[in-house]
Ligand binder design. Structure first.
Ligand code: GRF
Length: 209
């Protein structure tokens, strides 16, 4: 008899509007956690009062806020964040627009199972302004990258990418909105496949089984 599928536990981290979080919530709601392969067990943020947290609350999920300014140092914040996440015993942690670089302690606990989505085609345009930088550079295509987080800035092994054409009339906000449409679908697809199939990381290559 085939084993009953088990939903993997996800903690999602957000800093803003949370539309990527919403896409995950909607996919899990529509597909069912077991068929999708994962359920969200908590949503964390580095700031209060954001729509991302409101979305989680509306979905009835536990939330937590871990702010840098409430801690004596960046290292203490990193440890507190790692502990807050660990309390929910996640299989995977997803940074869905979480605008903080995590530190050593967090990576020691969640390295290899911490997924980030970035609004550019890495390794081009890493950092906090990936959309603006691609536009300013004059690139004709950009997109989004879902990758594992390592100790660099947007440098970890790439899992999947989506391409978006840059139009002559684009400004940062119009381009970002079109990227986010692709990004939400990509994130939902990737997280589901990682959760359902399992994966291994071989150097810079991610192999989903
Ligand atoms: C995404 O484009 C993500 O890649 C970037 O910030 C955006 C977050 O959007 N870092 P949302 O909060 O999921 O709507």
């Amino acid at each position: 008899m085939a084993a009953k599928p088990v939903a993997k536990r996800l903690v999602v981290l957000v800093s803003g509007s949370g539309t990527n979080l919403q896409a995950l919530l909607d996919a899990i709601e529509t597909t069912g956690a077991e068929a999708y392969g994962a359920e969200i067990v908590a949503v964390g943020a580095d700031r209060a009062g954001i729509e991302g947290l409101a979305r989680a609350e509306r979905a009835g999920l536990p939330t937590f806020v871990c702010r840098v300014k409430d801690h004596g140092s960046r290292e203490e914040w990193d440890r507190a964040l790692a502990e807050a996440v660990a309390a929910y015993e996640p299989d995977l942690v997803v940074s869905a627009g979480f605008m903080k670089i995590v530190g050593k302690e967090f990576l020691a606990r969640f390295g290899g199972r911490f997924v980030n989505t970035h609004p550019a085609l890495l390794p081009s345009f890493p950092g906090a302004h990936g959309v603006r930088d691609a536009l300013a550079y004059g690139a004709r295509v950009t997109g989004c990258t879902v990758h594992f987080v390592d100790d660099g800035v947007d440098t970890g092994p790439i899992i999947a990418q989506g391409v978006v054409e840059i139009r002559d009339e684009d400004d940062e906000s119009a381009l970002h909105e079109r990227i986010k449409e692709v990004e939400r679908r990509l994130l939902v697809d990737v997280v589901g496949r990682l959760a359902r199939n399992g994966y291994r990381i071989e150097g810079r290559k991610v192999v989903i089984q």
